[in-house]
Write a protein that binds this ligand. Structure first.
Ligand SMILES: *[C@@H]1O[C@H](CO)[C@@H](O)[C@H](O)[C@H]1NC(C)=O
Ligand SMILES: *[C@@H]1O[C@H](CO)[C@@H](O)[C@H](O)[C@H]1NC(C)=O
Ligand SMILES: *[C@@H]1O[C@H](CO)[C@@H](O)[C@H](O)[C@H]1NC(C)=O
Ligand SMILES: *[C@@H]1O[C@H](CO)[C@@H](O)[C@H](O)[C@H]1NC(C)=O
Ligand SMILES: *[C@@H]1O[C@H](CO)[C@@H](O)[C@H](O)[C@H]1NC(C)=O
Ligand SMILES: *[C@@H]1O[C@H](CO)[C@@H](O)[C@H](O)[C@H]1NC(C)=O
Length: 369
């Protein structure tokens, strides 16, 4: 294994200097490999960090600015800001993209997953950390849960405050993410999300609040563990979520387009056909209550299904809940929220599964035994 050795001084990073600098937006090319310059210590594990952008890689113009900041920090700068990491692990760093997570798309997540699978196949790599914007972090984390082919820890981290802010949360989240990725105890638990001291399962964890630090958790299913004085404590022995389907990415170069429609009073029934006409290969709708929508919208969806066989998944717009199989044209999302149901449908359709198989893939998430 080859690491570029540099002096510790080179790694030191000044937030004060950053705070006075004008914001820079630098868009990194997809997959420009960027080896991180960390001194190699043979008695430490090695963790790969994949940076994708987001608030954790952002700078405001002052230390009090917490909205309206710009993305600009590269993976090297993220790591340099937390020299404590190098006492825990050697680091191999990759810049995958440098975008707000609203702009992370299937091209990026697919290439990210392929890069992670390649990295985890290396014996010397203990685990991986993905730095990501928080807005769609749960989508990428859930996608990785379904497609990463390894028992090694996959840990997604982000930040709610930019790197320049007073009480920036990114550095500690990154330190905890690397600690977890380097930990034997974290193996075999599926992909995880770490922010604000909590360790959550990517399968269930969601972003609950658009602004506050304490936003990532799962109310019903709970947390996997917690950090106390930077030591990860797990509440349970390792296990992966029930019904998790593993998808191989072999021969997959793009993912099927799937739309999400949002149910509400006066929902426009024409949206189903409009979505299909614009190329959607499946539709998830965020239903009222446990997967409902207006009679008119329901009729339009059923007509579209009857005419085309397009898979239509019913999820719920409520933050928590369960949509059960109504034995009709719909595929029930079970516990999955619309954005996670979309990822699962995307993989199922891309894999060319038949309708009944897709129903089974979703139903595996809530075995009714
Ligand atoms: C390498 O890591 C070990 C274990 O943490 C530590 O004891 C040792 O001081 C480190 N060596 C160097 C050169 O930093
Ligand atoms: C790394 O560990 C060494 C030895 O325990 C300690 O002297 C040093 O301060 C640590 N560095 C950081 C950045 O925590
Ligand atoms: C995703 O974004 C990248 C970078 O902006 C772009 O090159 C790519 O075409 C996009 N992929 C899709 C499926 O839109
Ligand atoms: C991928 O494509 C190759 C060549 O067409 C084929 O031999 C192989 O079976 C495919 N693998 C999978 C998992 O579909
Ligand atoms: C869709 O097809 C089913 C099965 O043939 C039928 O019972 C139902 O009435 C059709 N729905 C609509 C809206 O045409
Ligand atoms: C949607 O399209 C289907 C088939 O293309 C058609 O049968 C149906 O009447 C359309 N529904 C609406 C609401 O326009």
């Amino acid at each position: 294994m080859k690491f570029v050795v540099s002096t510790a001084a080179h790694l030191l990073y000044s937030f004060t200097a950053l705070a006075s600098a004008s914001p820079v937006i630098r868009h990194q090319p997809l997959f420009a490999r960027q080896d991180i310059e960390t001194p190699f210590n043979a008695s430490l594990p090695t963790v790969a960090i994949f940076a994708t952008g987001g608030t954790i890689a952002s700078q405001g113009s002052t230390n009090t600015q917490t909205v309206g900041y710009s993305i600009g920090l590269g993976v090297q700068q993220l790591i340099s800001a937390v020299p404590e990491i190098l006492n825990i692990s050697n680091i191999a760093g990759y810049q995958i993209s440098n975008v707000a997570s609203g702009s992370v798309n299937s091209t990026i997540s697919l290439k990210l997953a392929e890069a992670i699978n390649a990295e985890l196949a290396k014996e010397e790599i203990s685990g991986v950390v993905i730095t990501h914007g928080t807005d769609t972090l749960e989508e990428t984390a859930f996608f990785l849960d379904l497609v990463v082919d390894s028992e090694k820890p996959v840990v997604c981290v982000g930040a709610m405050r930019p790197a320049t802010a007073l009480s920036a949360d990114g550095p500690l989240n990154l330190l905890q993410g690397v600690t977890l990725a380097a930990s034997e105890k974290a193996r075999g638990r599926g992909s995880m999300i770490v922010l604000n001291d909590r360790i959550g399962s990517a399968f269930y964890t969601t972003k609950n609040n658009a602004n506050s630090l304490d936003t990532f958790y799962s109310t019903e299913q709970g947390q996997l563990g917690f950090f106390i004085n930077q030591v990860p404590y797990f509440y349970y022995t390792p296990s992966t979520p029930i019904g998790r389907t593993h998808f191989s990415l072999a021969n997959i170069t793009s993912l099927a387009p799937i739309d999400i429609l949002y149910a509400h009073q006066d929902m426009n029934p024409a949206l189903f056909n409009a979505s299909y006409a614009s190329g959607a290969q499946g539709i998830v709708y965020a239903g009222v209550g446990a997967g409902g929508m207006s009679a008119k919208a329901d009729l339009a969806a059923e007509e579209l299904f009857n005419a085309t066989g397009l898979p239509i998944v019913s999820s719920h717009r409520s933050a928590e809940g369960f949509v059960s199989d109504g034995q009709d044209y719909r595929i029930a999302a079970g516990f999955l929220n619309p954005q996670k149901a979309r990822i699962l449908l995307q993989l199922a359709v891309t894999k060319g599964l038949e309708l009944e198989e897709i129903k089974q893939v979703f139903a595996m998430g809530y075995p009714m035994v």
